[in-house]
Design a protein around this ligand. Structure first.
Ligand code: PAF
Length: 289
């Protein structure tokens, strides 16, 4: 006999009409709404986004949707961790009041034919490595923002290029009446940036993955000592990662934080971005320079 299912601690809605009714209910007492889009497998990084979304008594809506259109063929869509009940409890425990966990059909019904493509910050790094990824992200984030209609939406700095793409999309589509809040990357004590994909790492791979944050910290130390040349900062990170045989660097690049264009000198707001493979897991991380 199947075990009885535990009732959800907060409402879960599965389609946009139910979402709109539930959000109207949250707003009925005059409260504003903060929104955290996620693909589930929530970790402390996501929970910190919920904290930021709920500041000043905003009612927090979190979405859990593993968006198929941001995965290319051969990527980890099928393996992506899915654990809705645990995610809902964790989000509720942190103060979220509503979960939007739509079916794929609710987001992409038969005949769905619209894709949002953002130029500019999609041209390099993750956009070059995963050419269809940001179309999927921009399209689903636009749909989620339109469906939820929040006052603020919170994204993690860990996915810095995604933030730049979403910022551009929100500006271009007149969604910029929604405040875009970027919350700092949350790291384990040993420096590893929290990511749902860390769940794929074996203990040995997890050790190897530490080279990524070590490499970024080495460049950060050089920058704090006054170094501004991108080539030097990148090579500092590269040499630390190259010392770790289990961690294969894909790119390290210093870019302008808004445009994501590579820069030669660190000036203004720049981000040093890394992608690396550890076993079959592809990880990204970055630091602000
Ligand atoms: O960062 C993520 O988890 C996803 O890219 C997002 C923003 C939820 C869109 O699917």
């Amino acid at each position: 006999m199947a075990a009885p299912s535990t009732p959800s601690p907060i409402p879960i809605v599965r389609d946009v009409p139910a979402l709109r009714r539930a959000v109207a209910g949250l707003r009925a007492s005059g409260r504003r709404v903060g929104f955290v889009p996620t693909m589930g497998a929530l970790h402390d990084g996501h929970l910190s986004l919920i904290d930021a979304a709920g500041a000043d008594d905003h009612a927090v809506v979190a979405s859990i949707f593993v968006n198929p259109t941001q995965f290319a063929a051969g990527e980890d869509l099928a393996d992506y961790p899915r654990r809705e009940a645990a995610d809902v409890s964790a989000a509720a425990g942190r103060g979220a009041e509503l979960i939007f966990a739509p079916t794929t059909e609710a987001i992409y019904p038969d005949g769905f034919g619209t894709t949002i493509h953002v130029d500019g910050p999609t041209a390099v790094l993750e956009g070059a490595a995963r050419p269809t990824h940001f179309d999927g992200v921009a399209t689903v984030v636009a749909k989620l923002l339109i469906a939820v209609g929040p006052d603020r939406a919170v994204f993690g700095q860990k996915d810095a290029q995604q933030v730049a793409v979403v910022r551009r999309m929100m500006r271009d589509l007149h969604l910029d009446d929604i405040a875009l809040v970027v919350a700092p990357t949350v790291r384990d004590d040993d420096g590893l940036a929290l990511s749902s994909r860390n769940a794929y790492l074996s203990p040995a791979e997890r050790q190897s993955a530490l080279a990524i944050s070590r490499g970024l910290r080495a460049a950060e130390a050089r920058a704090q000592a006054g170094e501004t040349a991108a080539a030097v900062l990148e090579s500092e990170t590269r040499s630390v990662i190259d010392e770790e045989p289990g961690c294969e660097l894909e790119y390290v690049s210093l870019v302008d934080a808004d445009e994501f264009t590579p820069v030669e000198e660190a000036a203004g707001s720049c981000i040093l971005c890394v992608a690396a493979r550890v076993g079959s897991t592809r990880l990204i991380d970055n630091i602000l320079i």
